[in-house]
Design a protein around this ligand. Structure first.
Ligand code: RUB
Length: 309
């Protein structure tokens, strides 16, 4: 396996590269490295491409962005000769990366419109798309402040808090279990997503669904920011989103807890009834329109051969 591809794949597995958008762009970048450096014949190229795809797919199971990025690049491949195919993979990957960056910018603009002047915003984990909305609202001159969770066990909230503080946005970091306690001070919740199912359920960092429940109870709007490639075509045919469960040692040393089972699921599903809107680059939609996004953007049944199985 190409060294650069390995480096990226293992970076995703070990969470050095993390967050659904970053993972997707990294997967596309890995395909560029693969295509650029491949030495061999046309048939070997196709066989090796399949192996690279499977290898990258194995790194993290929940974020559909990874899968959609790989399929975007590979399913659109054109050409008969090795050189044509190589060029096509590189062009498709560059197109995916560019589109995904533009999508985040647009989401920022649309999402910022939802954040009122003077609002206290709550967020969870570290989402580029959610942060883009919050930062854009601040840049538009809205006086906002943020309450963010530390996000155990990986503490992605530390990145979020530092990013917001650097932007000059007042930010208060809390433990994950303090979400309901603080919800009374919150005007809007803005989070990201790893995957959106066809019924509008949002799969995001563990704890997101508790935040949604607390927001629902306090009648606080709950907004999800997600590029269209985070919508899962597979869920249309009833496939469930696999929730990644990571090594328990990320939480505590099992040796210090003999006879105790430690579990570490890292994502959860928030049902659509707790989601007020999903901000995509296509526009702001109700979670109940998730299927329409999948139909429009993923060309279900045309390019999505793999999704039928
Ligand atoms: C990250 C996470 C983020 C989404 C969206 O989990 O749950 O909220 O991936 O992020 P992890 P983005 O740290 O386990 O990858 O908006 O950057 O795509």
């Amino acid at each position: 396996m190409n060294e650069k591809v390995k480096e990226i794949a293992e970076g995703i597995r070990s969470m050095e590269i993390r967050g659904a958008g970053h993972i997707a762009r990294a997967a596309a970048t890995a395909l560029i490295y693969f295509a650029e450096s491949f030495m061999g014949g046309r048939d070997e190229f196709l066989a090796e491409l399949e192996k690279v795809k499977e290898y990258i797919l194995s790194t993290r199971p929940t974020a559909v962005s990874l899968r959609n990025a790989l399929y975007y690049v590979i399913n659109r491949m054109q050409g008969e000769t090795l050189e044509e195919m190589r060029k096509s993979i590189i062009a498709n990957a560059e197109e995916f990366i560019e589109n995904s960056q533009k999508a985040v910018e647009l989401i920022g603009k649309y999402g910022a419109g939802r954040i009122p002047h003077g609002a206290t915003v709550m967020t969870h984990c570290n989402s580029t798309a959610a942060l883009q909305c919050i930062i854009e609202a601040h840049r538009q001159g809205k006086e906002i402040e943020v309450i963010n969770t530390e996000t155990r066990p990986w503490f992605q909230g530390h990145i979020t808090a530092r990013t917001l503080a650097k932007e000059g946005i007042p930010v208060t970091m809390i433990v994950d279990s303090a979400v309901r306690y603080f919800m009374r001070d919150v005007d809007i919740v803005v989070v990201g997503a790893d995957t959106i199912a066809s019924n509008g359920a949002v799969i995001n960092k563990i704890g997101t669904s508790q935040m949604a429940l607390a927001a629902h109870e306090a009648r606080v709007p709950f907004i999800v920011c997600a590029e269209s490639y985070k919508f899962s075509p597979e869920t249309v045919i009833g496939k469930l989103v696999k929730i990644e469960e990571r090594d328990p040692r990320e939480i505590a040393d099992p040796k210090e807890f003999p006879d105790v089972k430690i579990r570490n699921p890292v994502f959860d599903a928030t049902p659509p009834e707790y989601v007020d809107a999903i901000v995509t680059e296509i526009g702001v939609i109700s979670p109940y329109l998730a299927y329409e996004v999948i139909k429009e953007v993923m060309n279900l049944g045309v390019k999505g051969e793999e999704n039928r199985h």
